[in-house]
Design a protein around this ligand. Structure first.
Ligand code: MCN
Ligand code: CUN
Length: 788
């Protein structure tokens, strides 16, 4: 279905990525490619314990190493008032441990040396005496009265509780549940997983001793937000800090937060007066930089006996690790979890979420998550299947019966979200058509009757996403509102440069944002340079996460291009000696109404704007424009996914045979890039559903520190994706586009899990937790009478 013909469309359409010219030749410039004269190298000493008191740290032997230039400890940082840094969730996190270590892999000391190997070698010369403490590994254990207290640094803290938060109407939900014919309940775990980008995290910091300016090249999805945080933490003025995010080898949320290693690189540069590079290795990335999910959910769904869903009720225990380092743009501790009512027309809903500390890496949320929508979608889509199981109803029919109808949009959910637009039944019908749903069910019946071959399962998920934070009044990071700037300069020859605050990690922004300008101005995308990832070169904005680049920076880009067009109109009117009111726009030129031959192209106008042409009073000349876009609402992309699996009941092996995905992200700027985003997200969904978990043993030892243990899906596990699409434009977005970057990761795990459980239905299996590894599948079916 995917075609790859290349031409340069004058606007929206399929177009090969401009950035691929360097990427596929291996010429990307990543943080680790930054090499400065006199640069030193840093390495982090990490805790071997999940929970231990630090008795002493002896750095003398490391300092005596001939190539070591500095050894920094928590004590050094305490002297600079930098031992603790604020997290993005109103907590603090240790940069280097002072009192205790609170998770295995926690940062304890930082060595700066002439080269990377010497820095690593010297780590072994640091002598840390630990007094091990009992760890808290299980979130449920965290709340027991006799559980060891992890955050003894917080004054008066006597437990591991972080927050209680709720949404929806509890009383009304209880009332709806009381009169329901059926209530289906299910406990489920969304396990701890990791974004695991190809490029790990790192930074090169250089405090120029002459100018006093700090430049940090770093793997960040949000350069401006990082700069403001450095300014607040280090007390430096923002104009003395430059954050550069060069090419990024995948972020998936892993590069939203600020990690201790970044701060250590900065301190290393301050202490030595030299540039300092720190780049973590794979194990460090997997062990210490963030994680996602770890939601223990108890869900209940109420319905009538003929399958009308009435309400959903949820209790969640959220494991946030040792510090509440959740990097997310909402004012709610559970992010956007309250969209758990999903895509259904229900009467009432309520959720209560409790957050706890455990002796695991901090962070949370990240991994193509839309800030807990992944968990919410998984929960409701599993609950709908559990209900179908209990009612003996077909899960497609049950969904069709309850999906929101097109005439209900804009729709305000029972937890207060305003879904902007949608035609849900159309998307599900299309997915069922592509899959050949009725025939698949026939085949399944036939196979069950003959008992031939593996078990066949068909799984559906329907999701609604909420992406594109702001609006500013509802969403922020540390008080910084979620609006994005854009600047568009048009050179005299009619070529243009667009400066953006968002930052690509592989999503193809250099191409798609040029296409937005091309669509609005009729300048070829090849003639539009996109500049991003450098705070000195770009307007302020909050960065790329929550699939917000298209909804927010994309809006800014369309608006700024329209401003340029309006300026061009005035210049054209002077050139053509007519009133601006007499001009009409067609892509690429202004012409005189009723006289299409008298017109001026945008290139001609650009040149004239720089010439001695006499302009009307008050017109400054030049076409350049700027804008700040504060979105009026989130955008709500949605989709219908169908997964077909074969399960071998003897080995528990799952083969994903087919996967149909119908996505609606409104108007598509570049359908080829959208499909690429969907392909990647579907693969991630298969990874999470079948293969991935950040596991710990009872002592809090991290068991997934390499790609031998933490598995990444490959082409072997993935079928040839079958994509469809519907287009329901966002009514409030300047070009009608909605975000797509996280849709498939959010929507696909439930389809895969539902498919596997559908296959196991003859064994009486109603639910099993991810990851559905062969062992988990085999175990799930062991109690079945079919096993005797
Ligand atoms: N697009 C489009 N038409 C639309 C919507 C989007 O052509 N209607 C294009 C956009 O112009 C952009 C791409 O699709 O080139 C993704 O756009 P968008 O949905 O706005 O998402 P962002 O650009 O904000 O990217 C962030 C999102 C997130 S939050 C994660 S996590 C994730 C994802 O993108 N990380 C990724 N996809 C990723 N893809 C790659 N290769 N690498 C990552 O780290
Ligand atoms: Cu939640 S992962 Mo993306 O928003 O960067």
């Amino acid at each position: 279905m995917t075609t790859t013909e290349n031409h340069t469309p004058m606007g929206f359409g399929r177009m090969h990525r401009k950035e691929d010219a360097r990427f596929i030749r291996g010429h990307g410039q990543y943080v680790d490619d930054v090499n400065l004269p006199g640069m030193l190298h840093g390495a982090v000493l990490r805790s071997p314990h999940a929970h231990a008191r630090i008795v002493s740290v002896d750095t003398s032997a490391a300092e005596a190493h001939p190539k070591v230039k500095a050894v920094i400890t928590g004590q050094t940082l305490e002297g600079l008032n930098l031992a603790w840094m604020p997290t993005l969730s109103h907590d603090v996190q240790a940069v280097l441990a002072t009192d205790k270590v609170r998770f295995q892999g926690q940062e304890v000391a930082f060595v700066v040396a002439d080269d990377h190997y010497a820095a690593r070698d010297a780590l072994e010369l640091i002598d840390v005496e630990y007094e091990p403490l009992p760890p808290v590994v299980d979130a449920r254990r965290a709340l027991e009265p006799d559980a060891p207290v992890i955050r003894t640094d917080i004054d008066g803290k006597r437990d591991n509780h972080i927050f209680d938060w709720e949404a929806g109407d509890a009383a009304r939900t209880d009332e709806v549940f009381a009169r329901a014919d059926v209530v289906s309940a299910q406990d489920m775990l969304y396990p701890r997983v990791h974004p695991a980008p190809m490029e790990t995290c790192g930074a090169v910091a250089h405090l120029d001793p002459i100018t006093g300016k700090l430049t940090v090249w770093t793997t960040t999805q949000a350069p401006h937000a990082h700069r403001t945080l450095y300014a607040l933490v280090a007390g430096l003025p923002e104009h003395k800090i430059r954050v550069i995010s060069p090419d990024i080898g995948g972020g998936f949320g892993n590069k939203v937060g600020i990690y201790p290693g970044y701060v250590c690189a900065v301190v290393g540069s301050i202490v030595t007066g030299k540039p300092v590079k720190w780049v973590e290795d794979r194990s460090e990335n997997l062990m210490s930089t963030s994680f996602a999910r770890d939601y223990h959910m108890h869900g209940e769904i109420a319905a009538t006996s003929d399958g009308k869903i009435l309400g959903v009720r949820v209790k969640v225990l959220a494991d946030h690790g040792a510090f509440n380092g959740t990097a997310q743009p909402t004012k709610f501790p559970a992010g956007f979890f309250s969209v758990f009512t999903g895509s259904y027309d229900i009467e009432a809903a309520h959720c209560a979420v409790t957050g706890v500390y455990t002796n695991k890496a901090p962070g949370g949320v990240a991994y193509a998550c839309s800030f807990r929508i992944t968990e919410a979608v998984y929960l409701v889509e599993r609950l709908v299947d559990v209900l179908a199981y209990d009612l003996g109803m077909d899960p497609a029919e049950l969904r069709m019966r309850n999906l929101l109808r097109p005439e209900q949009f804009p729709y305000v959910s029972k937890t207060g979200w305003e879904y902007d637009s949608g035609d849900y039944p159309r998307a599900l019908s299309q997915a069922m058509d592509i899959a050949g749903y009725a025939e698949l069910r026939e085949e399944q019946k036939r196979r069950a009757a003959t008992g031939d071959g593996p078990l066949m399962g068909i799984g559906i998920s329907f999701f609604t996403e909420a992406v594109g934070a702001g609006p500013r009044k509802h969403m922020d990071i540390l008080g910084l509102g979620m609006a994005d700037g854009a600047e568009l300069r048009v050179h005299p020859t009619g070529k243009a440069v667009l400066r953006l605050s968002c930052q690509s990690q592989g999503q193809g922004h250099e191409t798609t944002f040029a296409q937005i300008v091309a669509e609005e101005l009729g300048i070829s995308p090849d003639d539009i340079e996109v500049v991003h990832g450098d705070t000195d070169q770009t307007p302020f904005g909050l960065g790329t996460y929550g699939s917000r680049s298209t909804p927010v920076s994309g809006g800014a880009t369309a608006v700024v291009a329209r401003r340029v067009r309006e300026r061009a109109k005035i210049v054209a009117s002077a050139m053509l000696e007519v009133s601006p009111d007499d001009l009409e726009w067609e892509k690429g030129r202004w012409f005189v109404q009723g006289d299409p031959d008298s017109g001026k192209t945008i290139q001609e106008i650009a040149l004239a704007a720089h010439s001695d042409l006499e302009l009307p009073d008050g017109v400054e000349g030049h076409l350049d424009a700027t804008c700040v876009y504060n979105p009026p609402n989130l955008t709500y992309p949605f989709g219908a996914y169908i997964c077909v699996v074969d399960v071998d009941p003897e080995t528990g092996q799952v083969k994903v045979r087919r996967f149909v995905a119908v996505d609606d992200c409104g108007v598509r700027i570049n359908p080829m890039i959208v499909e690429g985003q969907v392909h990647g997200g579907l693969a991630e969904g298969i990874g999470m559903a079948l293969m991935q978990v950040m596991a710990f043993d009872e002592d809090g030892n991290h068991l997934g520190g390499s790609f031998m243990d933490y598995l990444i899906p490959t082409a072997v596990e993935c079928p040839s994706w079958e994509l469809g699409e519907t287009v329901t434009p966002s009514p409030h977005h300047p070009i009608g586009a909605k975000g797509i970057g996280e849709s498939a990761t959010v929507g696909s795990p439930a389809a895969v899990v539902n498919a596997v459980l559908d296959a196991l239905k003859p064994y009486g299996v109603r639910h099993a937790d991810m990851p559905l590894t062969p062992a988990a599948v085999w175990r799930a079916s062991q109690n079945s009478p079919l096993r005797t």
